[in-house]
Design a protein around this ligand. Structure first.
Ligand SMILES: Nc1nc2c(c(=O)[nH]1)N[C@H]1C(S)=C(S)[C@@H](COP(=O)(O)O)O[C@H]1N2
Ligand SMILES: [Mo]
Length: 405
């Protein structure tokens, strides 16, 4: 019925996990690394030389120098935190080399007193720490194309990453500046050559938005906005303005180039949605992944990530038969609001052909749609906000490839 997916109760009965390990021989070989001291301490750590991890799809866009993106290698990662050096990147005009001593953040517009902060000033403010996902609205756009691209989980869906973000709640700075009664929006501008500028409704800006200074415990990396970025949890990545230099408070949105020429989504019926900031409920199986080959028959832990810009992941279901039958996966990590959640489910592969896919449910009643339903919302010209299924076909010889169901 489940094409090999193992319900938790059956797993306990069968002790199936034991199918994976080889049998142990009583005498351990004395390997070279056991015969003398290893390397000394070092100033900064790096991965084992046997582990190779790198961002994928690292390439400039046709639009111009410095414009482009790179994605997290999702199929090589586990847990819910993306190492900072593997966080996806999306730059409209490259990474500026900002001297934090010269950088300023200005808050002005509809405020009682305009304020200017140096980096040192910002570091003295009280900060908060939260786990959040960040997703580019262009993530998974390749699955909107007519033909399925034969690519990895990271190449297809890796414009999403999870981090522990630390920063100043924006409302501290806005309270200090004193927003006036007519204020409804903030307009945030970056200090890169693109001068990326986006509008955020004041209600959201006063809620959980951070002026982020640290990522995964260390100062932001240049690619992620050093020295300071806006971080708008649960929303399309574009609104989390990096290299943040001004926040202007005003009665109306900015209707800036970045939110009119792009990041406005044309619907099927000809209407266009603006300021659709929130990212939808979504999940992706990251292992197995496209371009992988299952080496032998046996039990595999099917594993992936789920997230929702509306709230907390409540449930993830996995199918091994293209979506005919579904089994509830275990949540491997604590499900937290607006953060990546890791799910897993054991699957017994005995050479049968299969199509593996997942669908996520959040605590607000949102359910990840089929590819068809996800595409039906928007005009065919729109590649943003795709949250339909990611399906992987497993062939007879174990090869895994992207497929549409
Ligand atoms: N100033 C500035 N902010 C920016 C961008 C940019 O090019 N310039 N790119 C945006 C886009 S489209 C996304 S998806 C996120 C990517 O953040 P990351 O590179 O830290 O992953 O930053 C956003 N903020
Ligand atoms: Mo983006």
């Amino acid at each position: 019925m489940t094409n090999g997916l193992i319900h938790r109760r059956d797993l306990l009965k069968a002790g199936s996990i034991g199918l994976i390990a080889g049998s142990a021989t009583p005498v351990m070989a004395r390997e070279p690394w056991m015969t003398g001291p290893g390397q000394p301490m070092s100033g900064s750590g790096e991965s084992s030389r046997y582990v190779s991890l790198a961002r994928e799809q690292v390439g400039a866009h046709a639009f111009g120098p410095g414009a482009g993106s790179s994605s997290s290698p999702l199929q090589h990662l586990n847990g819910t935190i993306t190492p900072s050096r593997l966080h996806f990147e999306r730059h409209h005009s490259g990474i500026p080399d900002i001297d934090p001593d010269k950088h300023r953040l200005t808050v002005h517009g509809a405020v009682r007193q305009p304020l200017r902060f140096s980096y040192a000033d910002l570091l003295r403010y009280p900060q908060e720490t939260h786990l959040y996902f960040l997703e580019c609205s262009g993530n998974s756009y390749r699955n909107t194309l007519a033909e399925p691209q034969n690519q990895t989980a990271g190449e297809l869906n890796g414009l999403v990453s999870g981090s522990e973000w630390t920063g100043i709640p924006l409302h501290y700075l806005l309270d200090e500046a004193g927003v006036t009664a007519d204020a409804e929006w903030i307009v945030a501008e970056g200090a890169d050559a693109a001068g990326l500028t986006r509008s955020v409704p004041l209600s959201r800006a006063l809620d959980n938005v951070l002026v982020a200074l640290y990522q995964n415990g260390e100062p932001l990396q240049p690619a992620q906005g050093f020295p300071v970025r806006l971080f708008v949890p649960g929303c399309e990545g574009n609104i989390s303005v990096k290299w943040l230099q001004t926040i202007k408070v005003q009665a109306k949105p900015g209707y800036t180039r970045d939110e009119t020429s792009k990041y406005t989504d044309l619907l099927q019926d000809g209407q266009a949605e603006m300021f659709t900031l929130q990212m939808e409920v979504k999940s992706v199986i990251t292992s197995p992944s496209g371009r992988m080959r299952l080496p032998e028959h046996g039990v595999y832990d099917v594993s992936g990530i789920a997230w929702s810009g509306a709230g907390t992941i409540a449930k993830v279901e996995v199918s091994a038969d293209g979506g005919k039958n579904w089994v509830t996966a275990a949540l491997q990590s604590d499900a937290r609001p607006l953060a990546l959640t890791r799910f897993r489910i054991p699957w017994h592969w005995q050479g049968q052909s299969a199509v593996l896919l997942s669908r996520a449910f959040d605590d607000r009643g949102n359910i990840q749609p089929t590819r068809e339903a996800a595409l039906a919302r928007y005009s065919s010209a729109v590649i943003y906000h795709y949250n339909g299924y990611q399906s992987w076909r497993v062939g007879k010889s174990g090869e895994v490839s992207n497929v549409y169901v």
